[in-house]
Structure formats: C-alpha cells, structure tokens
Design a binder for this molecule. Structure first.
Ligand SMILES: [Zn+2]
Length: 253
C-alpha cells in the first residue's frame, strides 16, 4: 500500500517514529508520501530503510502567518535542492469565512505555476473551496495532475477533478458510518481515481476516534473502500497503488 499523504515528520511521532514506521511496514505499507507545509518543516524528514519515504514541498494555506514575504522564492530554492516528487500541500481552506481568502488564492496560484514549471503533480488541501479550486485548476492547466487530499466533495466535483487528471485521496473519514455522503461518493468513483492516505497524525479511522492516527491503519481504509465498492481489499490495494505510482512517478516495490 502507498500512503499518499502522511505527516510522519510531525512532532506527534517524535517519541516513537521508528515503531510507527515498523507497524506501517507490517501492515503492508511500502511507501509514504510526506507533504511539506511550511519552510521550517522541509528538512525534518526521517531517514528510513524499511519504508521508502518520498517528499513533497509546498506552503499550506492554513499556515499563511508562518510564510515569509519571500516564501515562494525560498520554496523554489528548496525544490532545486531536494527535487520533491510533488508540490504540496497547497490549496484553499475556506472553513473560516473571508479568512485571508485572497492571500490563500495568491499563494495557491503561485505554487500551481511552479508545478507547471517543474512538471510536477500537486497535492491539494481543499476545504469548503472545491468550486474555486476547480476554476483555478482549469485555468492552470497542469501537466501532471495531482491528488485532492482527503476528498470530501460531491460526485460531480470528483468527476471534474478526474477529468483534469487528478486522483482523489481517501482516508480515515470514509471509515466512519456517519460519513454517509462521502461513503456514497466513494462507492461510485472509478477505480482509476482512488488513492489511499492516512493524513497521520490527523483523521484517525473508525475505532480510533480522538487518538493519534498512523499509516499502519491504512488497512482499515482499504477494507472500508472494498466493502463499499463490493470488491476485495486486495483489489483496492492494487488499484490505489497503481494509481499512486502512475501519478507520482514512483516505483512500487
Ligand atoms: Zn496534510
């Protein structure tokens, strides 16, 4: 399994990171994609021999206050140095009405231009902003698509993303019985659009509410998608791994 969105560098894992990675490996996770969120977390990636860890670099919309004036220039230098597999995590978060929406949009658009320039896919944080993100992506016309992380939109919005070369990330949220809307959507999307993600340490699956999430719990997400879609868990694992490999240009060994 490939965890396409995991903040394993988060301080929540400082005391037992190796054990968490070991459990992920035992659960069948062979690769982790770790998105960047702000300039100060770009160097904090752990070295790991058991699981392949891939780094993405981006400036997260929820950390606007942390990004300096020249954040984009600095990001460019980091991209040149680290050669990330994707630009992310970037996007729009409109949970708070009128909270720096223009500034978020400016930052998002600037980073989409970098994805174009460097021919990289993007990892997108999309909260209460799907329509604006879809409009922005249509204009940006990206060469390599990307992943809508923790997808929570409608079937129609999902299809619009798919048309633009995107995959949709599913994680802990879909495992909760009460998440009726997204469970219905997850049952209907094509196999070729699905990828798995933990978003650890956030968004734990059913049975772990209020606890720290970890990539080893990805099996629960795969099981849920399998039962919602009436296929085997192995089918979900194979399809999602292949989609992640194709989209992110990584191997699956
Ligand atoms: Zn994230």
């Amino acid at each position: 399994m490939i965890d396409t969105h995991c903040h394993i560098d988060n301080p929540a894992f400082d005391h037992d990171r190796q054990a968490v990675i070991q459990r992920a490996k035992e659960a069948g996770v062979n690769r982790l994609v770790v998105p960047g969120v702000s300039l100060d977390n770009f160097t904090s990636l752990p070295c790991e021999k058991d699981i392949k860890i891939h780094q993405a670099l981006g400036l997260h919309p929820m950390f606007l206050d942390k990004h300096p004036q020249d954040a984009i220039e600095q990001l460019v230098k980091w991209i040149d140095r680290i050669k990330p597999i994707a630009i992310g995590e970037i996007g729009l978060d409109f949970r708070e009405p009128h909270h720096n929406h223009n500034k978020q949009q400016e930052l998002f658009s600037a980073q989409l231009q970098l994805a174009k320039l460097y021919q990289l896919p993007v990892l997108i944080h999309a909260v209460k902003a799907h329509d604006q993100i879809i409009t922005t992506l249509k204009k940006a016309d990206l060469p390599c698509g990307g992943i809508i992380h923790s997808f929570n939109g409608s079937l129609q919005q999902g299809q619009q993303y798919i048309t633009m070369g995107f995959c949709l990330g599913f994680g802990g949220v879909v495992t909760h019985d009460r998440a009726k809307k997204i469970r219905t959507v997850a049952a209907k999307l094509p196999d070729s659009s699905l990828v798995l993600e933990s978003d650890a340490p956030d968004l734990p699956p059913a049975g772990f509410a209020g606890k720290r999430n970890e990539p080893g719990y990805l099996t629960i997400v795969a099981n849920t998608l399998a039962s919602l879609r009436g296929v085997s868990t192995q089918h979900i694992i194979d399809a999602t791994s292949m989609n992640a490999v194709n989209l992110l240009g990584i191997a699956n060994d």
